[in-house]
Design a protein around this ligand. Structure first.
Ligand code: AMP
Length: 189
């Protein structure tokens, strides 16, 4: 199974992707996690990405695509993958389609978690206190939500228009949302 999970920052993508990974034994590829590891390890990519991420902006398409292509080449993607945090804009949608077509592994479906922005802001505040991620600071969250509306909502619209999207209510208990996703994904397993 090859899927992307879409949703605003704090919509629960990472949490739900971890369950999907276990259920279907596929790779969970989070571009945010990969970038944070580069920052932690002080790699050349990490040095370029750090200030951009802390400001809540998007890292350059070219850098993220290169990182993603390397990750998709790893053995653990043979059963499929769930992409979390990519694509973030329309350029990345086209780049992903091209990359996956070149390896004969097209996407099955895009899953979008829908959560109202006021709930998102509250969740990011809780995560800021728990994990201390600089980009969960309320000012930066506002910028990330602005970028989501400007650049990532069109991604959702494009998958919807192409009939490649399922939308799931992302409000409720974690287990309830997991169940909704699993019911939706059954036909693709
Ligand atoms: P996330 O954990 O997905 O919220 O990502 C954290 C940060 O990493 C984002 O705010 C961006 O700065 C950067 N990032 C993650 N994925 C992408 C992407 N696909 N394109 C550009 N920047 C990204």
């Amino acid at each position: 199974m090859r899927i992307v999970i879409l949703g605003a920052p704090g919509s629960g993508k990472g949490t739900q992707a971890a369950f999907i990974k276990e259920t279907y034994q596929i790779a969970h590829i989070s571009t945010g996690d990969l970038l944070r590891a580069h920052v932690r390890n002080g790699t050349p990519l990490g040095l370029k990405a750090k200030s951009v991420m802390e400001a809540g902006q998007l890292v350059s398409d070219e850098l993220v695509l290169g990182m993603l292509a390397d990750r998709l080449a790893a053995d653990d993607t043979r059963n499929g993958f769930i992409l979390d945090g990519y694509p973030r804009n329309l350029i990345q949608v086209a780049a992903l389609d091209e990359l996956l077509a070149s390896v004969g592994q097209p996407l099955d479906i895009a899953v979008k978690l829908t959560v109202p922005f006021d709930i998102i802001v509250g969740r990011c505040e809780i995560r800021f206190k728990a994990e201390g991620r600089k980009d969960d600071n309320p000012d930066v969250v506002r910028e990330r939500l602005r970028i989501y509306s400007d650049q990532t909502e069109p991604v959702v619209a494009a998958y919807r228009a192409a009939g490649r999207l399922v939308e799931i209510d992302g409000v409720g208990q974690v287990a309830e949302i997991t169940q909704r996703i699993q019911d939706t994904l059954k036909p693709y397993a």
